[in-house]
Ligand binder design. Structure first.
Ligand code: ADP
Ligand code: MG
Length: 605
């Protein structure tokens, strides 16, 4: 059976079961070890009971233990050799230690398997969720689901769920033994159980809200610190150190106050519930002594009873907490289930692609009722260069996302080589289209790694050539470590233009028949822009190229230029045709060519 998340949506329990695959048997082994600890701990009071009553006292051995006692040598023998009993008790302690060790080892081991599986499954699923899913969810939220929600579930499974088994076993067995010893006394002991259970449940439910609040405020605190460190230049440049420090101190004080309050509530709970437990214990001692005096209970039985009672009270207090925490684990499971239940993109096989690109009556909206592209129709003959010109927000980038299959058009269809792209696998589309984005994302790692990202086993020569073609080789060689320079978080050591050019070099490493430059030269000066385009013309002679820009310079040499305005095609044609039309293009042309050089360089228009 292949181990993939089923296509249909799973319930919370289903999700949990799916994640538990591979660790269930180890968890069960740990439960067995845990049950053995319980059995051993139940033996101790029985040994003490028999010793006090029959070995030290004069009571006859109770029927259930006659055989065992005679097997060890009989009461008389034991009276002379008390060390045998001591040995038995030591053996119990050793066994209990051994099983406790096994329980804890197996439990942690199972938990690690569980966590690894959860992380793996979440990560690989997230890799395959469509872009539209990622856009709808904030990165911070996704990370939180993968870390703290996964932790909550793992704590629940390895801590609380297993404790639940142990606790239920302990409670049931302690109660059974207690009722066997003395029904009246057992009734008194268990009368307190509902009270302690309900109190503990109500309390833990309440205090959880406080813990949650503390968690949230801790998040705010670390966001303040993080923003401050990442934005350190702005902070320094604008002299905001004092403001930032005050902001941090204020939040820090608030956060500390919350914790103090929460800890006070916790202290109240533990002391009151200790008090209730003490009262319960006292009742048993008093009533038990009375029963002893009037002969319905032996001393040994009373001692054993008190042992059982201590075994009972602690789990009951825990039980309230566990039941209360179940809802928290349920919420986390739901949040992780939401990721795993998201429908993965069918990636498909990579195949070669060729032919004209055609948009037919394409409309698109990110949010219903807010069209971003309206009835777009145009054709890009194979091997030609098309320029798309338009202001910010006119829908240029969206056009490329549709072509790359990152989103599906709301209406209309896009064809490549006569085939609708809805029928072309994303793998084929993306391996044939080289998309260069305005904000080339730079990964932390070396420049070499960043350029060779999309190809396996790239040679140094290929990497250098790609960098040369993107006019960034000289800059890179200028760094002390050249191509091995490690780019810090978010590429702090590269300027905007350098980042763009590294992004271009990355795309040039793949020889794709279709190329899209989405404003990817915007932070590069006009001369370098022209040089890069010249290099590209030579390298990609037969390629179909889409150049998107707000700069006339960049698009004016294209075979065809499409002018986008408010999501519609305002006009199209080559440079001369468009100039003759005397429309938007002509206006932008005049504006950009009349401006002094410095303004054009800055991309002000
Ligand atoms: N993920 C999104 N969700 C909602 N609206 C979006 C999203 N991305 C872009 N838009 C909107 O779509 C319009 C076109 O955006 P875009 O294609 O990026 O324009 P351009 O690349 O021409 O600047 C803008 O109004 C923008 O606000
Ligand atoms: Mg854009």
């Amino acid at each position: 059976m292949k181990d993939v998340y089923p296509k249909h949506k799973l319930s919370k329990a289903g999700t949990l079961w799916y994640l538990l695959k591979g660790s269930v048997s180890v968890f069960i082994a740990s439960i067995v070890a845990s049950a053995l600890v319980t059995v051993v701990s139940l033996l101790v009071p029985e040994i003490i009971n028999v010793t006090v009553d029959s070995v030290l006292g004069k009571e006859p051995v109770s029927d259930s233990y006659v055989k065992i006692v005679s097997a060890i040598g009989g009461v008389e023998y034991l009276k002379q050799n008390l060390w045998v009993i001591a040995l038995l008790l030591i053996a119990c302690a050793l066994l209990s230690a051994l099983f406790t060790y096994l329980r804890s080892y197996l439990n942690n081991y199972a938990n690690q398997i569980f966590m690894r599986r959860t992380r793996d499954k979440l990560f690989s699923h997230l890799q395959r969720l469509p872009l539209s899913w990622h856009i709808q969810h904030r990165t911070g939220d996704i990370i939180q689901r993968c870390t703290s929600d996964a932790d909550t579930i793992s704590n629940f499974v390895s801590g609380q769920l297993l404790s639940l088994f142990r606790i239920v076993l302990l409670i049931v067995f302690s109660l059974v033994f207690m009722f066997l010893k003395n029904v009246k006394l057992a009734a008194i002991a268990s009368a307190f159980i509902p009270l302690i259970l309900v109190y503990s449940f109500v309390f833990h439910t309440r205090v959880r809200k406080h813990f949650k609040k503390c968690d949230e405020e801790e998040g705010v605190l670390s966001t303040i610190a993080q923003e401050n460190f990442t934005g350190v230049r702005v902070v320094r440049a604008f002299g905001r150190e004092r403001y930032e420090r005050d902001r941090f101190e204020k939040q820090n004080t608030y956060y500390t106050g919350l914790w103090t309050k929460t800890l006070r509530i916790l202290a109240t709970f533990w002391s009151t519930s200790d008090c209730v437990a003490a009262v319960q214990g006292l009742c048993i001692v008093v009533a038990g002594t009375v029963f002893c005096v009037n002969g319905s209970l032996t001393t040994g039985e009373l001692i054993a009873f008190i042992f059982y009672n201590t075994m009972l009270i602690w789990p009951v207090r825990q039980l309230g907490r566990i039941i209360s925490n179940m809802s928290k684990a349920g919420v986390s499971l739901g949040r992780i289930g939401e990721i795993l239940n998201g429908v993965e993109e069918e990636y498909g096989e990579k195949e070669p692609l060729s032919g004209d690109i055609e948009f037919k009556d394409v409309s698109f909206e990110y949010e219903e009722g807010k069209p971003v592209l309206k009835d777009i129709s145009f054709k890009i003959p194979e091997g030609s260069v098309v320029g798309i010109l338009g202001g910010t927000g006119s829908g240029k980038s969206t056009l490329t996302y549709l072509l790359d299959g990152l989103y599906a058009p709301t209406n209309g269809e896009i064809y490549i080589g006569g085939k609708p792209i809805s029928e072309i696998s994303p793998a084929t589309l993306r391996s044939n289209i080289g998309l260069m984005l305005q904000e080339g994302y730079i990964y932390s790692g070396t420049i070499r790694e960043n350029i060779s990202l999309a190809v396996d086993n790239a040679s140094d020569e290929d990497i250098k050539n790609a960098a040369k073609e993107a006019c960034v080789d000289e800059n890179i060689e200028g760094f002390a470590n050249g191509y091995d320079t490690v780019v810090g978080e978010r590429g702090v050591t590269l300027s905007g233009g350098q980042k763009q050019r590294v992004g271009i070099a990355r795309t040039l490493m793949r020889n794709t028949p279709y190329l899209i430059f989405d404003d990817s030269l915007s932070a590069v000066d006009s001369e370098t822009d022209a040089a890069i385009r010249k290099n590209l013309n030579e390298k990609f002679k037969g390629a179909t190229v889409i150049i998107i820009s707000h700069r006339i310079n960049t698009v004016m040499h294209a075979d065809n230029i499409i002018v986008l305005d408010g999501g519609k095609i305002a006009e199209s044609g080559n440079n001369f045709e468009l100039l003759k039309k005397d429309g938007i293009y002509k206006k932008i042309y005049d504006l950009q060519f009349q401006l002094p050089e410095e303004l054009k360089e800055g991309g002000a228009v």
